[in-house]
Design a protein around this ligand. Structure first.
Ligand code: AP5
Ligand code: MG
Length: 214
């Protein structure tokens, strides 16, 4: 199974992926997490990506992203099923994914669009905190940790993403509407798209996503 989660910044793709990968026993591949790992390790890709991700809130060029993801998809742990979060984000990326899967006799099985209004998204991003060690996602109001700044799961320190400032979050939202929304039509035309209301409790959104996969 190849499942794609699409949604604007802050829609809940990462939150839901963490739950769905457990429930469905699937590998979760997040293009944003892979890029942030490259930034942390100081790789060439990481150095290039920082300019786009943090300084501009824009998309990293397609060729770099397609290379990164096709390489990850070729690893043995991706054989049995993948939950893609944040990729594809442009029509050329969607086409490249189709081509890569086609070579292996596979195809995208479902595309789930998590829809949330803009004002809700901005509030979610500015209050997001993430565990440095396990990556668990919190929100200071909507999903707070028991002790501020400390992960409930492993006691790790929580941090805020540098692209979660209000200014960069607004830029990322504009990029979503201009460059990523066309993939919603791309998948709708292929009969793969299903929409879920992302402005509900985390549990209800999970339930609706699972219902789409029945
Ligand atoms: P990426 O890391 O993919 O960021 P994004 O798409 O902007 O999405 P986010 O991770 O910000 O939001 P999310 O939907 O995962 O929400 P979350 O679950 O955390 O990409 C970052 C950057 O990398 C891009 O800007 C780009 O530069 C680059 N990039 C990545 N992929 C690329 C690609 N394919 N091509 C080119 N460039 C690429 O939730 C957000 C907050 O809301 C949390 O605090 C959470 O606790 C809270 N929350 C979640 N669900 C709920 C709920 N139901 N109710 C209340 N609060 C909730
Ligand atoms: Mg995310």
């Amino acid at each position: 199974m190849i499942i794609i989660l699409v949604g604007a910044p802050g829609a809940g793709k990462g939150t839901q992926s963490d739950i769905l990968r457990e429930r469905l026993g699937m590998l979760h591949i997040s293009s944003g997490d892979l890029l942030r790992d490259n930034v942390k390790r100081g790789t060439e890709l990481g150095k290039i990506a920082t300019k786009y991700m943090v300084d501009e809130g824009s998309l990293v060029p397609d060729d770099l992203i397609i290379d990164m993801i096709t390489h990850r998809l070729a690893m043995p742990d991706a054989e049995s099923g993948v939950l893609l979060d944040g990729f594809p984000r442009t029509v050329p990326q969607a086409e490249a994914l189709d081509d890569a899967l086609d070579l292996k006799g596979k195809m995208v099985n479902a595309v789930l669009y998590i829809k949330v209004e803009d004002d809700v998204l901005i509030n979610r991003l500015s209050g997001r905190w993430i565990c440095k060690t396990c990556g668990h996602i919190y929100h200071e109001k909507f999903a707070p940790p028991k002790v501020p700044g400390v992960c409930d799961i492993d006691g790790g320190e929580l941090y805020q993403r540098p692209d979660d400032t209000r200014e960069t979050a607004v830029k990322r939202l504009v990029v979503f509407y201009n460059q990523t929304r066309p993939i919603i039509e791309y998948y709708r035309e292929r009969g793969l798209l299903q929409e879920v209301n992302g402005d509900q409790t985390v549990e209800k959104v999970t339930q609706d996503l699972l219902d789409c996969l029945r």
